[in-house]
Structures are given as C-alpha cells and as structure tokens.
Design a binder for this molecule. Structure first.
Ligand code: PNS
Length: 163
C-alpha cells in the first residue's frame, strides 16, 4: 500500500479537511498531513498552533501523521518516501488551479501522483478563509469546524475574553 502526503495551510483545519483525511486514511497505509511553513497568505494561527490543532482533531486516525514542510512539495514527498499527493476538491472552481499545480508537480517529479478526493457535498462551500470571515463577522461556525478549533478561533479573532 502506498503512502500519501496531504499538504496545506490548514489555517485552521475544518470539517472539510477532516472529511478528506478520513477518506484518505481508509485507502492509504499512511497519510501525512504536511503543514506548509510559509503560506502566501497571512495566517491567523502560527505553525505550531496549526500543527497542534491537526494533532487534536485527527487523534482517532492511527495512520495519520502530522509534520511541517518548507520549499518544493514534490521534494518533500520524495524525501518522505511517499508516492502520492492528496488534494481535496470541493467544486469545479477548485479544479483549474489544482490541475495547474498537479501538472507542475508532475513535471518536477513524474514518479509522484496527485490524487483528488471529493469532499462530502455538505462541505462543498466550506473553506478556512470563509469560516474565519464568518466568525469575525459574528456568524456561526459550529457545523464548519470542530469545537476546539472554534474555541481557538474565537480566542485568536476576538481576544482572550471570547466565549
Ligand atoms: O491549503 P493551501 O494553502 O491551498 O495549500 C497550498 C499548498 C501548500 C499545497 C501549495 O502552496 C504548495 O504546494 N506549496 C509548496 C510549494 C511548491 O511546491 N510550489 C509548487 C507547486 S506547483
């Protein structure tokens, strides 16, 4: 059975990410969630916080590991001895950019395959960015992120007194 890497910013992890990782963990020997060290975006959570939340939210999955990575993704995947990159697809709108990245990654290393997994349709509209925006604007994120993540988001966005 192959080993896979599921890369991302995970700022923070959502139920959409969890849905993908649970599907991937059922198929692969090991799935490594690799948190990118320097996402292009200005992250809400530090690298250590993002990693900690991933650990907490995936503790029920025995073949999921959490690490961080920096630099070229395919180099990281190869160094780790994995053969597959997992990407979650929510909607057609994700496809064009993901297609471009998959082909560029293949150009860099033809031995590594990108595999797209469809999220459950109930999470097809969900992204970390939208969840942060909704919470910032006073909306409800209960069905979007695990309770611990919601608590940390409230603290990060609204300050220590937030409930
Ligand atoms: O969760 P995100 O922010 O959509 O994840 C993006 C990520 C980390 C998958 C992407 O930025 C990435 O692959 N970064 C590593 C740098 C790299 O290899 N770039 C070339 C990709 S074609």
């Amino acid at each position: 059975m192959a080993k896979a890497v599921y890369p991302g910013s995970f700022d923070p992890i959502t139920y959409g990410h969890l849905d993908v990782i649970e599907r991937a963990a059922a198929v692969f020997e090991e799935v490594n969630m690799a948190v990118v060290v320097n996402p292009n975006k200005n992250p809400l959570f530090s690298l250590a916080e993002r990693v900690e939340l991933l650990h907490a939210c995936t503790s029920h999955l025995t073949n999921v590991t959490i690490t961080q990575f920096e630099g070229l993704l395919v180099k990281y995947v190869e160094d780790r001895g994995a053969q597959v990159i997992i990407k979650g697809l929510r909607a057609i709108s994700d496809f064009e950019y993901e297609f471009q990245m998959a082909l560029m990654n293949r150009k860099q290393n033809p031995n590594i395959e990108t595999l797209f997994m469809m999220t459950s349709s109930k999470y097809s509209y969900l992204s970390s960015s939208l969840a942060k925006e909704v919470l910032r604007l006073g909306g409800c994120v209960r069905d979007l992120v695990p309770p611990l993540v919601e608590e940390r988001m409230r603290r990060a966005i609204m300050g220590a007194d937030a409930r």
